[in-house]
Write a protein that binds this ligand. Structure first.
Ligand code: PMP
Length: 648
């Protein structure tokens, strides 16, 4: 290769900058960058790196580390930058499909799974090194990943360009180095910038292929995977090259050649219309059905009486006269609004009463309530876990748990649904990690129950705290509706029992029950508690009434449990295997269109059973979700089974 002499005639130095700040007693990464420059450029490069550290959008650092090392020149590898091309995509799905196609084109097996793994990466600074055949991760430290260092552009114009604007050049340099590593078949990457949805596929055959849209605006997904194709015994060679080999890349451009049409990207509004049309084509578009009157086993839709099998009002308390009276009484006494967050505007009596009552109901020292169950999960998980922690989460956990995990910035490890062997294997990979195991008690779309005794035993053995979401367990399972601990007759409890007043309790709001220190900590850290107005005191009073009724009228829970046994028995009589110990029974149909069609036919028969589709459940596992109530009669249960059987 004939190169201009600039870089070869000098001693070459590596400069590495890392800036961090202290946050909540922990060191938080602010910025990092590196250069490989001739001796004459060491001082300006050092200045530019320090400047970059001092003026980064992540904040002002407390510590800036600058390491300068002389390189052995004979060891430096000179490479030509990969050729660059751009594929314009309008939707993230189209982008992801393109990425799969490109990987298949160069013979990468399991392309879909690998792209799926990329779409789950968040907050990982290094890259995944992934065996393309077995899909095993080969890095020593999965939290840290593999860090590629000692590389730069050979041309000074690129090195001296504005670092805020040359993310593209930096990525091209990195990709060029990576695809020349021994046994590396390709690299895939998505930017971790929430405002930048672009990514790329790089390989020696493909070059550097930019894909303009791979994720949704605002998404925190971001990271890179190095696809390894070779004998695992040789992986050290690859890691050594990535981490230690000095590489200078020649011919790096400052901006990608614009795709001819890129300047005319459709306006955001047009994209939104396109996306809506695509949702409709795929039977994934959602709209609300208007009902008149109150919630109960029967509701009014367009003046017609419809039998309700689609409500979480399991104990028929949503329209109970005593809940309404408690609401009206509290409304008269305490007014409508809470005026603000309880930390600012004061802690009203109905909220205090509700917290004592729910703590007593769940048998814990203390409780904290939130405006919704969603906010309880999001707030509690974000409060208790942070960067550097690991959260082990069941793959079918509710969206509010998933969102809480994301908000916490902890590393998320998803284990197979209710699979305690998989959970323990995954925990072992992170032994010594601080963190949490989180699971639904009753899974909201499947109705099955988490194996809590084993889950607690494993979590305690590895020193992990546990959070169990009892949204669909409270007032439903256990002989008297106290939830999952009563169901398994456990004396040892999870560290946090979360739940909601919006389902069996018949009211609205969320709660977390735990030891008083944990509750005090959540009050001080949970953003959804601190920065949101408390629910109306009238609603808090209604929730207290609902809990009191569950305690004083255990026959409601018994009747609900009897109804589920009956439903399963009637299905069995019709030759359909059905089993559930909760109030939820899924009828899996597969295709989204089939579930929608069935739900519509049932509605024409005067029965409301919702179709549940992606993204609430996995693609291709669309279903009808039958939600039972204590007040359903035997005839009503027979009617729903008969109707479903007619169309199945
Ligand atoms: N967790 C689970 C398992 C749920 O199903 C739900 C509600 N669908 C929530 C939490 C959120 O509760 P809420 O409706 O009170 O916000």
């Amino acid at each position: 290769m004939a190169y201009n002499g600039e870089i070869n005639l000098n001693k070459i130095y590596s400069l590495k900058m890392r800036a961090a700040k202290e946050l909540d007693g922990r060191e938080k990464h602010v910025s990092g960058a590196e250069r490989l420059v001739p001796e004459s450029a060491v001082i300006p490069a050092a200045e530019s790196l320090v400047n970059r550290a001092l003026h980064h959008s992540n904040g002002t650092p407390d510590i800036i580390n600058l390491k300068i090392e002389l390189q052995d020149r004979s060891d430096i590898l000179h490479l030509d930058a990969l050729p660059v091309r751009t594929i314009k995509t309008h939707t993230s799905q189209e982008g992801q499909e393109k990425m799969c196609e490109l990987l298949k084109e160069i013979g990468v097996p399991h392309a879909e799974e690998i792209v799926g793994m990329l779409l789950k990466i968040r907050g990982m600074r290094g890259a995944m090194l992934l065996d393309s055949c077995t899909l095993e991760r080969l890095e020593k430290d999965p939290l840290r990943g593999v860090r590629v260092t000692y590389m730069d552009a050979a041309e000074s114009a690129v090195r001296n360009s504005n670092p805020e604007k040359n993310h593209f050049s930096e990525a091209l340099i990195l990709a060029t180095k990576v695809v020349h590593a021994p046994n590396i078949q390709a690299e895939i990457c998505i930017s971790d910038d929430t405002d930048y949805c672009t990514g790329y596929v790089a390989s020696k055959e493909l070059g550097y292929v930019r894909i303009t849209k791979l994720k949704e605006q605002g998404s925190r997904v971001g990271g890179r995977i190095f696809i390894y194709d070779g004998d695992q015994a040789d992986k050290e060679k690859t890691i050594d090259y990535l981490e230690k080999q000095s590489v200078l890349v020649h011919g790096v451009s400052l901006t990608p050649d614009k795709f001819p049409e890129e300047a005319h990207l459709p306006s955001r509004i047009e994209e939104i219309r396109d996306d809506l049309n695509k949702l409709k084509e795929k039977h994934l578009h959602r709209s609300m059905l208007s009902i008149e009157g109150t919630q109960g086993t029967h509701v009014k839709i367009n003046e017609n009486d419809v039998l309700m099998f689609s409500s979480n009002n399991y104990l028929d308390l949503a329209n109970d006269a005593r809940l309404k009276a408690a609401t009206v009484e509290a409304l008269e006494k305490y007014g409508v609004g809470a005026g603000g967050s309880r930390l600012i505007s004061g802690n009203m009596q109905p909220h205090r009463d509700l917290e004592s009552l729910v703590a007593k109901f769940k048998g814990t020292e203390a409780a904290i309530t939130f405006a919704t169950g969603y906010m309880a999960n999001v707030g509690c998980i974000q409060a208790l876990c942070g960067e550097g922690d690991v959260i082990f989460s069941d793959e079918l956990n509710h969206a509010s748990i998933i969102d809480g995990c994301r908000l916490s910035r902890a590393h998320i490890v998803v284990y197979k649904h209710c699979d305690m062997e998989d959970l323990e294997n995954k925990i072992r990979k992170f032994s010594n990690a601080r963190g949490m195991v989180v699971s639904d008690a009753v899974f909201s779309m499947d109705g099955d129950i988490a194996p809590l005794p084993e889950l607690l035993e494993i979590s305690k053995r590895y020193g992990l705290i546990t959070l169990i979401d009892e949204a669909h367990a409270t007032g439903v399972i256990g002989a008297t509706g106290h939830g999952i601990c009563e169901h398994f007759n456990l004396t040892v409890k999870p560290d946090i029992l979360m739940g909601t007043f919006s389902k069996a309790v018949g009211s609205q709001g969320g709660f977390c029950c735990a030891g008083s220190d944990i509750i005090d900590y959540i009050k001080n850290r949970a953003r959804s508690f601190i920065f949101s107005t408390a629910p109306s005191p009238a609603i808090a009073a209604a929730s207290s009434e609902g809990i009191s009724i569950i305690m004083s009228e255990p026959w409601r829970v018994k009747s609900l449990q009897k109804n589920m046994k009956l439903l399963c028995k009637i299905f069995a009589k019709h030759g359909v295997a059905a089993n559930s110990d909760s109030a939820i029974l899924p009828v899996i149909l597969g295709e989204e269109s089939k579930a929608m069609e069935m739900s519509l036919k049932l509605l024409q028969d005067g029965i409301l059973v919702s179709a549940i589709r992606y993204p609430t459940v996995k693609r291709g596992s669309a279903r009808l979700r039958i939600a039972l109530m204590a007040a359903h009669t035997e005839d009503e249960i027979k009617r729903v089974v008969k109707s479903i059987n007619k169309y199945i």
